[in-house]
Structures are given as structure tokens and as C-alpha cells.
Design a protein around this ligand. Structure first.
Ligand code: SF4
Length: 307
């Protein structure tokens, strides 16, 4: 846990001592806090399968998007403290429910804990895929460690537009940082495989890039797609999400304060077709709030309650 004492776990490079309670941009000390550990049925079918993805939702976030759909935990820091013993025990209970993978959501700032957890779990579950479900705002230096233990990477590629990045996460470097991170990851672990759109066979290794289309910023999405195509060609697995829902911070700043329109999403999907991407998850169900979480609820996702 020494890594927390001069924290350089993410590109923010705050160098604060989290072990004595100092806070960097992620807003978390070295006491691990978690908001939810549960089988989750809202991921892409190749991760959810029949029995769900074993999600662990960590508190805080080093990226800190204005519009974060998980703002209750990423920005308001809801969650409970977890000792390593409790974390391992509850993870084992989660695995016993038959989940297809362990899915670390917003993990960058908790890497020392996750590293220990992975090492403990791997002994008994050599074939269970570990999933790094991240903002894409990652240091390659850290990914070099993470690719030794993690099997599947789901980086977002949020912004190609540096001005939009500045407005949403208070830095202009997201486009270059995320692009370098994804290039490294694809080189290290390859494309997500097997890629089964139906979810009958769940994925075991590789990279799939996610992109949430933002209302009023179709051009940003088109640029993201062009960069991904230029770097990796049309076989890169991608997931293009339409689920944007304005959160209170959007209303306060009167920015991104509406949902996406069908026409905006169609423009992005048309670009996916034009470029010829072949391994694609789309999300056309506008207005479906089943996987918009409320972490005040013991089961935060309404869509998980019937499973
Ligand atoms: S993990 Fe948190 S404290 Fe560490 S560098 Fe990133 S934002 Fe700063």
C-alpha cells in the first residue's frame, strides 16, 4: 500500500500522501471504499452472459467527468470502507453466485488494493477473467503493471476534442493520454475475444473501447471513431452508448443538460457503418433508465432486480 503515500497512480500525478488522509483529484484516502458489489446485467452481452458480470463499484474517480452517470459514488463519494479481508470475502461470495468475470469499475485510484485482491483470488480461480472498467484516462506506466494481472480492458474513449475535455474533466490532455493508453493496451492484450454478440460465450481476454455519445457533440464522436479506425482498423471491438442522462451538475452549469436525440445517435452509427467497423455493440433504447443507478438503493440498478 506504499503506492498511496506519494500517489502517482493516474495521470493527475497529485503526489499526495493518501495514507495520512491527504486527498488528490480522486478525492479518496488510502482507506478503500466501495459502493456496490453485485452481479450486474447491464454490461454488453459478451460480459454479462447468463449469470451477470461480477461488478465492484469503487468510490471516487480520478477522471471526474461533469456528467458522470455514477456521480453519487464518483463525485459524492458514497460508499463503505472495506478492509482487504472483507473485500476478499465479499468477492468470493460474488464469485460463488456464478458471475462470468470480476469487473472493477473506476479502478485506477485503487490499484494497490485491486492488485492484492487479484493475487488472492487468482489462486482459486485461475480462469476467471478480471475486467478493468475504466475512464481511459490511464498512465501507460501503470498499465504495464495492470496488464500482468488483468485480462479484459474496457477503456472509454470519451473525448477527441481537447476543449470539451477541459470543460468536462478540467484538463486538455485526455485525448492524447487515452489514445496512448488504448494503443498500449491493444498491443499488450489484443482485441476482445471471443467476441460473441449474443453473450452465449463470454469474453476471456482483450480490449473493447467504449464511447458515450454526448448531446450536442456529435463531431467529437466522429473524431473518436476516425482515430480508432486509423489506429486499429475496423476489427477493433467497440461499444457506442446512447444512454446519456443529464445529472444535477449538468443543470447547475447549464451544459450537456439534455438527452441525446435519435438523430444525433444515428449520425454516429452511420459513421460506424461508413468506416466498416465489424465488432460493434450499439444501444438504441432511448429513455431506458433500467441501468441508470441509484446507489442509495441496496440494489442500485433497477435492471438487475429481476435476475
Ligand atoms: S489516484 Fe487520486 S491522488 Fe493519485 S494521482 Fe490520481 S487523482 Fe491524484
Amino acid at each position: 500500500m506504499e503506492r498511496y503515500s506519494r500517489c502517482e497512480l493516474c495521470p493527475r500525478l497529485c503526489r499526495v500522501n493518501r495514507t495520512i488522509g491527504q486527498l488528490g483529484r480522486c478525492g479518496e484516502t488510502a482507506e478503500c471504499r466501495i459502493a456496490s458489489i453485485t452481479p450486474h446485467f447491464g454490461e454488453e452481452p459478451c460480459l454479462t452472459g447468463q449469470h451477470g458480470s461480477g461488478t465492484i463499484f469503487f468510490s471516487g474517480c480520478s477522471c471526474g467527468c461533469l456528467f458522470c452517470q455514477n456521480h453519487q459514488i464518483s463525485q459524492q463519494h458514497q460508499g463503505q470502507p472495506y478492509t482487504m479481508e472483507r473485500l476478499i470475502a465479499e468477492t468470493q461470495e460474488l464469485i460463488a453466485k456464478g458471475v462470468h468475470n470480476l469487473n472493477f469499475v473506476t479502478p485506477e485510484h485503487w490499484w494497490p488494493h485491486i492488485q492484492q485482491l487479484c493475487e488472492a483470488i487468482r489462486k482459486d480461480h485461475p480462469d476467471l477473467p478480471f475486467v478493468w472498467n475504466s475512464s481511459g484516462y490511464s498512465r501507460v506506466e501503470m498499465l504495464k503493471e495492470q496488464t500482468k494481472l488483468i485480462d479484459i480492458f474496457l477503456p472509454d474513449f470519451k473525448f477527441a476534442d481537447a476543449t470539451l475535455s477541459q470543460r468536462c474533466i478540467h484538463t486538455t490532455d485526455y485525448p492524447s493520454v487515452a489514445r496512448d493508453a488504448i494503443r498500449y493496451l491493444v498491443d499488450a492484450v489484443g482485441f476482445l475475444r471471443p467476441f460473441d454478440e449474443t453473450g452465449e460465450i463470454t469474453a476471456s481476454r482483450g480490449v473493447m473501447v467504449r464511447h458515450l455519445v454526448l448531446p450536442g457533440f456529435v463531431e467529437n464522436s466522429l473524431q473518436v471513431l476516425e482515430w480508432l479506425y486509423d489506429d486499429f482498423g475496423p476489427k477493433l471491438p467497440i461499444s457506442i452508448m446512447s444512454q446519456f442522462t443529464p445529472v444535477p451538475a449538468c443543470a447547475e452549469q447549464d451544459f450537456l443538460n439534455r438527452r441525446l436525440t435519435k438523430d444525433e445517435y444515428k449520425q454516429v452509427c452511420d459513421k460506424v457503418d461508413e468506416l466498416g467497423f465489424t465488432r460493434v455493440f450499439l444501444q438504441p433504447d432511448f429513455g431506458d433508465d433500467a441501468f441508470m443507478p441509484d446507489f442509495n438503493d441496496k440494489q442500485p440498478f433497477a435492471g438487475n432486480r429481476n435476475h
